[in-house]
Ligand binder design. Structure first.
Ligand code: 5GP
Ligand code: ZN
Length: 137
């Protein structure tokens, strides 16, 4: 996708309005328009990168400093009990907007939002060894 057509690039260029939480030279953070919970914030690099594999390491480091700063602020100011950091890559993983972004999702003990409770079975020693053999750099 070209950045001209990208919705998050349009937000960065102020062509689409958004509720901006924080901004610096490399990053922008704004409220998600379909929040999972109150204060659900999206953090993006101002430069257009599609996924985790595209963003340069130095910009990723700077972006996660912003994620930490905002998550800490949300924890205190919105009096949440915790938060999920979610980062979807590629369509199969639920990425809809193809501009790299990190979700900060405030959580309360008694909220009725998602819990990561996916059915799974304990792997055998052989399963772990087989997949580990393929995981090379
Ligand atoms: P994804 O599924 O790609 O990880 O999440 C994209 C997120 O961007 C969704 O949670 C969606 O609600 C949010 N979003 C999509 N379009 C807009 C928009 O125009 N403005 C804002 N503030 N958020 C948006
Ligand atoms: Zn973009």
């Amino acid at each position: 996708m070209k950045s001209e057509d990208c919705i998050f690039c349009k937000i960065t260029r102020r062509e689409i309005p958004s509720k901006i939480v924080y901004e610096n030279n490399l990053n922008l953070a704004f409220l998600d328009i379909f929040p999972i919970s109150k204060g659900h914030t999206i953090v993006i690099p101002k430069n257009h990168y599609s996924t985790l594999e595209d963003i340069p390491d130095n910009e990723l480091t700077e972006l996660y400093k912003v994620v930490k700063k905002i998550a800490s602020m949300i924890h205190e100011k919105l009096q949440t009990d915790g938060y999920n950091i979610l980062q979807n890559n590629f369509t199969a993983a639920g990425q809809v907007v193809k501009h790299f972004h990190v979700h900060i999702i405030p959580r309360k003990f008694d909220d009725d939002k998602f819990r990561v409770k996916i059915p799974r079975n304990q792997a055998t020693e052989a399963d772990l060894n087989n997949v580990l053999k393929k995981m090379e750099f």
